[in-house]
Design a protein around this ligand. Structure first.
Ligand code: TPP
Ligand code: MG
Length: 800
């Protein structure tokens, strides 16, 4: 008796819950649609540009997102929202009271809610930014790996349960190869607690997706050890399948090509009736079914897909209670509930003013009540308010956090030798750090896409081990095969070894570099790769920086200086990438003492958050950021000097005079990186003719350049005495002086120095694809050798 009563009460409660969720779903769709409409049709336009927004893509995900945020998700879960469903996300945050009406009204306007969810630009607690399709999806897999990394080291915090990393994925997004790279790597790393929910509306931007695709996708996920849950038919359709004729009806829908189904969705009840009568008219039970449904009801029945059926969605999500990676293939209709549902051109389609008026009428929204949070729903506002107040996901006040800074040792390793490459210096610094038991050494985590040993991380890895969720033996070692590498794998390991996919490297660096914010556990990530392959992962690097992730990327070898490796491995444009990439401070040191200063500084720079002092007035030193080091395998004679505080400062600011010019000197040579050897020799020879010529070491063209722009902006804004480092550096030269710049990279990397004070520039660098060779041949061919510098200096003197 009691159990029956409890069961009844349970059902009533579930029905209430379902009713509340259905009401909220309706409101979310309204708000998302209205937000876009307001931006395009109501807010005055000042520039004649279309504002845009994706009403159809939003409608596609509304049920799934309502179910997740208002019922399924827990506070520790993290979500990457399909970029063009941003309005749905903002509407949900608005219902939670975590987004303001002002920001919704300013959707896609300056200072308003962002077009695509942004950790850095939105104020409503975005977990993972999205925008460039595919990257957010893959990011969830790497974030989950990082969660395990910090959890298994005991840094997740007392009693904090691991969260599920959830990606809301457009089916068109699955064409992005980076998703499959991540899937493969995730399998290797035994990633857990990932949910990818595919919004299977069978439409992308231009097209209806091919029918044959989904069998494949299903298989790929299963092959990678994922559970696949398909949500195809909603509760009403499933009930219809149980009736006489139901089996035939199901078969008919199963066989219906995607394009025909989409077209019928757009055309509505009468069109469904025509096709069903023609194809199934003779089947027992079908006529009765058609008779019982008027056109509207038939349309509602035939479009009742599980991804937009709240009860089906809840059932599917709640059925998963383990940590196995799970892919939900949720059948949906793009534009569901809107006038252009199913139309193949609906991706950027917007309801026109009349259609919106009708949609508003259907939703019972009164004039002036468009932004009301809970008006005009079929549940009372206070009941919904109480419902929202108990939502698990919203229990935590702020979801992104921070972590205490990691203290840095006063004595940072500074390896010395008569001759050394910056790459070797890097390896020795890390190996030295790895030897000790400092807090810094504990929090460093390294990673590399299969170039760990060849970028000199071997010493560090031997000391700190490789990370793996479960301990794995080093078989070679057990079998007593002699090797310099000790590659034991365990949860204590501090190196994450990736397969050769540079895109994955940057996604992982992005995830590791957000650990303080996502998990309250600070990590100091270092990733290594060959410099040219930065370009392979460039979008993911940009994406990591856009999210304000903090990491060091060490790129080596670089330029044509890797000589015998040949043209395919030689980087030309990376110094310019270092300059233009926001959030990334780029350095190209020539000597290992400079590198040591830069690395020590970088560990601090990574941890800055806008509080505290700035190193220099003109750079973003208070905010901090990530760091890119462009290194080389070329052995370079090391200067014999003891770094002073002033030296350290100038290395970080971006440059110093290796040989200061005389007052009013007419010539200077400026160089970056491994061509120091040629610059020094050419300068020595030039002194015979131009005794006061200067030799400028540029350790960071990026920071010199940024400082110059910032000081210029400050002067324009009225700070008349603003002066940049580079302006001070070049001040001793005569106004008529000439500069010869030398860089193993595109000459534009240093050529801009002439614009600082109006000096003439003769820039040397590499503009054409490289080829194999030794340094004398290559430097001669590409004009980076001593003769080339002397020729440029002679031309400079003649041109005076
Ligand atoms: C890397 C990248 N290329 C192109 C785009 C432009 N774009 C945005 S959405 C989209 C189509 C996405 O289709 P799908 O994932 O199926 O989304 P839905 O059908 O849910 O709108 C494209 C090509 C983008 N945002 N990112
Ligand atoms: Mg789609």
């Amino acid at each position: 008796m009691t159990t029956v009563r409890t069961a009844k009460r349970q059902t009533a409660m579930n029905e209430d819950r379902l009713a509340c969720l259905n009401a909220l779903e309706r409101k979310v769709l309204w708000l998302a649609s209205w937000m876009i409409h307001n931006a395009n049709h109501i807010r005055p336009s000042r520039d004649g540009l279309k504002v845009g927004g994706h009403q159809a893509s939003c409608a596609s995900l509304t049920t799934l997102m309502t179910a997740l945020y208002f019922d399924v998700l827990r506070p520790e879960d993290r979500v990457a929202v399909k970029p063009h469903a941003s309005p749905v996300f903002h509407a949900i945050q608005y219902l939670f009271g975590r987004q303001t009406r002002d920001k919704l009204e300013a959707f896609r306007a300056f200072g308003g809610a962002q077009s695509y969810p942004s950790r850095t630009k939105d104020t409503d607690d975005v977990d993972i930014s999205t925008g460039s399709v595919g990257l957010g999806v893959a990011m969830t897999s790497f974030v989950s790996l990082v969660q395990d990394y910090v959890r298994l080291k005991g840094w997740l915090g007392e009693g904090v349960a691991p969260g599920r990393m959830v990606a809301l994925v457009g089916d068109g997004e699955l064409d992005e190869g980076n998703i499959f790279e991540a899937l493969f790597e995730g399998w290797k790393q035994d990633v857990r607690n990932v949910w990818w929910i595919i919004d299977y509306n069978r439409q992308s931007l231009d097209a209806v997706v091919t029918d044959r695709l989904f069998g494949r996708i299903d298989e790929i996920f299963r092959n990678m050890g994922w559970r696949v849950v398909t949500l195809k038919y909603g509760t009403r359709l499933q009930a219809a399948f149980e009736r006489p004729g139901g089996k035939a009806l199901r078969q008919w829908i199963d066989d219906c090509p995607n394009s025909l189904y989409s077209a019928l969705v757009f055309q509505g009840g009468a069109a469904w009736r025509k096709h069903l009568s023609a194809d199934l008219g003779g089947v027992r039970g079908i006529e009765a079914l058609l008779d019982e449904h008027d056109d509207d009801a038939l349309h509602a029945l035939m479009t009742n897909l599980a991804g937009q059926d709240m009860a089906s969605v809840l059932e599917a999500f709640h059925a998963v209670d383990d940590d196995l990676p799970t892919c939900f293939i949720a059948y949906t209709i793009k534009g569901f509930g809107l006038p252009f549902a199913g139309h193949k051109d609906n991706h950027a389609g917007l309801m026109n003013v009349d259609q919106m008026a009708e949609f508003k009428r259907q939703n019972g929204i009164a004039d002036g009540a468009e932004w009301d949070r809970l008006a005009a729903l079929d549940r009372p506002a206070d009941e919904l308010e109480a419902f929202i107040a108990q939502v698990p996901f919203a229990a935590r006040e702020r979801r992104s956090g921070t972590a205490p800074r990691i203290a840095l040792p006063a004595d940072f390793p500074a390896p010395s030798a008569a001759t050394m490459s910056t790459q070797e210096g890097f390896g020795r610094i890390l190996a030295e750090l790895g030897r000790g038991e400092s807090e810094l050494a504990e929090r460093i985590v390294t990673t590399s896409p299969d170039v760990t040993v060849s970028t000199n991380l071997g010493g560090w890895v031997n000391r700190r081990g490789i990370f793996s969720r479960t301990p794995r033996d080093d078989v070679f070692r057990e079998q007593k095969v002699v090797s310099a590498q000790r590659w034991a794998m365990s949860p204590q390991g501090q190196h994450i070894e990736l397969g050769i996919a540079e895109n994955n490297l940057f996604l992982l660096l992005g995830a590791l570099g957000l650990s303080h914010s996502l998990f309250g556990a600070r990590l100091l990530p270092i990733g290594t790769l060959y410099d040219p392959f930065i370009q392979r992962g460039l979008d993911a690097l940009n994406y990591a920086c856009y999210q304000d992730a903090r990491f060091i990327v060490v790129a080596t070898p670089s330029g044509i200086t890797l000589a015998p490796e040949g043209g395919a491995h030689q980087s030309i444009g990376t110094p310019l990438i270092g300059m233009v990439q926001d959030g990334l401070a780029a350095f190209e040191p020539a000597f290992v003492d400079e590198l040591s200063v830069i690395l020590a500084w970088a560990f601090d720079y990574l941890q800055r958050d806008g509080s505290g002092e700035s190193d220099t007035a003109w750079l973003r030193d208070r905010e901090g950021g990530s760091v890119y080091l462009r290194l080389s395998t070329r052995p370079v004679d090391q200067p014999d000097r003891a770094p002073s505080e002033a030296f350290r400062r100038s290395v970080i600011d971006g440059g110093y005079w290796l040989v200061p010019p005389g007052p009013g000197a007419e010539l200077a040579i400026a160089y970056s990186g491994a061509v120091a050897t040629e610059a020094i020799e050419a300068h020595r020879q030039i002194l015979e003719d131009v005794p006061d010529a200067g030799l400028l070491a540029v350790t960071s063209a990026d920071r010199l350049n940024a400082g110059w722009h910032a000081a210029e902006r400050a002067r324009q804004a009225g700070t008349r005495d603003a002066r940049a480092e580079v302006e001070a550096l070049l001040a001793p030269l005569s106004p008529n002086a000439a500069l010869v710049t030398v860089l193993d990279g595109h000459p534009a990397g240093l050529g801009w120095l002439g614009a600082v004070r109006g000096h003439r520039v003769h820039p040397l660098g590499v503009e054409h694809f490289g080829q194999s060779g030794d340094l004398p041949d290559l430097y001669r061919h590409y004009r980076l050798d001593v003769d080339a510098i002397l020729d440029a200096a002679a031309a400079a003197c003649l041109g005076r």
